[in-house]
Design a protein around this ligand. Structure first.
Ligand code: NAD
Length: 358
């Protein structure tokens, strides 16, 4: 056993079917009485139902959450929080809504209850990515970590199959990078392998029947574990690539993660053989990069960056930015191999393990 450091993030998790009925009880447990409910415009109706469910504890509803947490949207929500003298936020939705709740908590230290409806995993992390004047800045702070997560599997049944696939592979990416993180430790690695395995076995069943409650439950459980991985150890090349491409070209978050992951793993395959073995075992395939590529392809997910809006001439520019402010990565980052990686991901080439070796 190698030496390691493990620090756990505090947080209370309620998991199951119909658990949304426990929201009021959880608010009372936190001792909060003036709640603002947050959602995207698309989930306003669900947020409205929650506001009703909370009864007199609800003092407002803000249904303006947007992808990448723009600070002007946060300011609008902050105005409502101040005008209603709110003492807590309840965020219902995916990573975008959770991001807004976190941005408010970072500024006010108000407690958050998050009701996740995708597999993004943000609810389990003390990390916030905000966008101001087109630049995404990431910060980590204990105030950002939500106090309570209520996972209600029933609320994920409406997540369309396409989004379930991309969101699920987005979660797998957190766990995959946790397995070769600089701060990797046996507890998080155990969660990572279990999280990848739960999602990988659930996605084909969800594709066949989006109302399969047992599969939805496995996927959401896996998403939580993968979120814990993201919140506990540092991420590497995969997350750096996605962060860079998302910021530069506004590519859709979850699809971009799904496309990039097999290539980032192929890049790191030789430097992190044990992590690759564990990922391959978790997805029940021989090779991690090709196995994930095949999984996405079979599930009907997109496999090429050119199909989600990446401009071909952006590849060199993106590599320059990655090298200007690199993340730690098990394999050394170098211009030639990184250009090969993005060129292959651009066209959806097979991510063979030796594709990027110098
Ligand atoms: P999202 O939250 O943007 O949701 C996409 C769309 O799906 C929205 O319109 C949403 O309302 C809708 N939706 C969500 N759940 C639904 C459901 N069950 N049924 C029907 N529609 C539903 O997408 P996302 O991928 O969950 O989140 C992406 C954002 O989260 C990005 O901004 C990303 O940076 C951030 N994120 C942050 C962290 C972190 O730790 N800070 C981790 C992961 C993702």
């Amino acid at each position: 056993m190698s030496d390691f450091v493990y620090s756990a993030n505090p947080g209370r998790v309620i998991f199951g079917s119909g658990t949304i009925s426990r929201l009021g009880e959880e608010a009372d447990r936190l001792g909060v009485k003036r709640i603002v409910v947050l959602s995207t415009p698309e989930q306003e109706e669900q947020a409205g139902a929650i506001a009703v469910n909370l009864g007199a504890r609800t003092v407002g509803l803000f249904a303006g959450a947007q992808m990448h947490t723009p600070t002007d949207v946060t300011q609008n929500a902050m105005d409502l929080i101040a005008s209603r003298d709110a003492d807590a936020v309840v965020s219902i939705g995916g990573g975008s809504t959770t991001g807004l709740g976190k941005a408010i908590a970072f500024r006010t230290d108000l407690p958050q209850i998050v009701v996740p409806t995708t597999y993004a995993g943000s609810e389990a992390t003390p990390i916030l990515g905000e966008t101001e004047a087109g630049k995404k800045v990431t910060k980590s702070d204990p105030r950002i970590l939500p106090e309570v997560i209520i996972y209600d599997v029933d609320l994920t049944l409406t997540l369309p199959v396409g989004m379930s696939v991309t969101s699920g592979v987005n979660a797998i990416a957190h766990a995959a990078e946790a397995l070769y993180a600089r701060e990797a430790n046996p507890v998080i690695s155990m969660m990572a392998e279990e999280g990848i395995s739960a999602i990988a076995r659930a996605l084909p069943l969800i594709q066949a029947n989006p109302s399969d409650l047992a599969a939805r439950s496995d996927a959401l459980y896996g998403a939580w574990l993968c979120g814990v991985c993201l919140g506990s150890v540092g991420m590497a090349l995969h997350h750096k690539l996605c962060h860079t491409l998302g910021g530069m070209f506004g590519l859709p978050h979850a699809s971009m993660h799904t496309i990039i992951l097999p290539y980032a793993l192929a890049y790191n395959a030789h430097a992190a053989p044990q992590a690759m073995q564990r990922i391959a075992r978790a997805i029940n395939q021989e090779r991690a990069p090709l196995g994930l590529f095949d999984l996405t392809r079979k599930l009907g997910g997109q496999i090429a960056l050119k199909d989600i809006g990446m401009p071909a001439e952006g590849i060199e520019q993106a590599v320059d930015e990655i090298l200007a402010k690199p993340y730690w990565n098990p394999e050394a980052l170098a211009r030639g191999p990184l250009i090969r990686l993005l060129t292959a991901a651009y066209s959806g080439e097979l991510p063979a393990d030796d594709l990027f070796q110098r």
